[in-house]
Design a protein around this ligand. Structure first.
Ligand code: PGA
Length: 261
């Protein structure tokens, strides 16, 4: 893992957007793994801006989102399909037919999960996977005790996650109880992973995921097994990391990051 600490939320999101733009320019047929949530909004805003001002081209790119709620129609304002259309897909020139999210309305949810895995394989696997982290330490909706080798499947949300997402739904009672999510095993097969976390509410869980033991209780900790994972945090989310000075030194001195400093 590498950890990059940026001064604030905007700088952290901008750095992630620049990594995406760089990978997309080097491989226009990039298979992008996408995440939803408040943290990612700023990244998508930056990418949309780069599309407008720098002609960042998504026309050959394909995307796979991490997860979708079970029981929400794609046009539901709280569905992740709606979120993606609003924040990214409608703002750039990605082909709608190249964008994929699990179908939370599928009659046969298990078949939908198997098909989603097969589709990712069909297009050669995910090149670059964006990830947020929930207060439970989840990546995707891989809540505590998710098997570290799990594949795309239906998961029950924890009370903490339901509480975290309740404001969007107008109360906890309205939050769906289940979601389809890529498994931890699916996620860590991506060729590159970038986890973005900002704000003080993430400081504890980021420290556990990055510097704590690998455990299914904090599924983001499985990223420690990944050969190419970058964790981008702002100062607030970095607050509880013990080895901050080492991470800063690596970012300041490694040639790979020269263009990003
Ligand atoms: P957030 O969600 O960006 O809204 O904090 C992240 C997550 O739960 O994965």
């Amino acid at each position: 893992m590498e950890v990059i600490i940026q001064p604030n939320n905007d700088a952290a999101a901008a750095l992630v957007a620049r990594i995406v733009a760089h990978d997309l320019r080097s491989k226009p047929q990039l298979v992008l793994g996408l995440a939803t949530g408040k943290t990612m909004e700023c990244v998508y805003h930056q990418l949309a801006q780069m599309h407008r001002t720098e002609r960042l081209d998504f026309s050959q790119c394909r995307s796979f989102n991490l997860d979708e709620y079970v029981g929400l129609r794609p046009d539901d304002a709280n569905s992740y399909r709606h979120y993606m259309d609003q924040h990214l897909f409608n703002q750039v020139n990605i082909k709608p037919s190249n964008t994929h999210l699990p179908d939370g309305m599928a009659q046969d949810l298990d078949a939908e999960c198997r098909n989603y895995e097969a589709l990712i394989q069909k297009f050669g696997g995910v090149d670059l996977q964006l990830l947020g982290i929930g207060r439970t330490g989840h990546i995707g909706f891989n809540e505590p005790l998710s098997a570290l080798r799990s594949r795309t499947r239906v998961k029950a949300l924890t009370p903490t996650t339901i509480q975290q997402n309740a404001p969007y739904f107008g109360g906890e009672a309205k939050v769906p109880r289940r979601a389809i999510t890529m498994g931890v095993g699916t996620i860590i097969e991506a060729r590159r992973c970038i986890l973005l976390a900002t704000g003080e509410s993430k400081a504890d869980i980021v420290a556990q995921a990055v510097e704590g033991p690998i455990t299914s209780m904090v599924t983001a900790s499985a990223l420690q097994l990944h050969p190419r994972c970058t964790v981008v945090v702002d100062e607030a989310a970095a607050a509880k990391l013990r080895e901050k000075e080492y991470y800063r030194w690596i970012f300041a001195s490694e040639p790979e990051w020269e263009d990003y400093r």
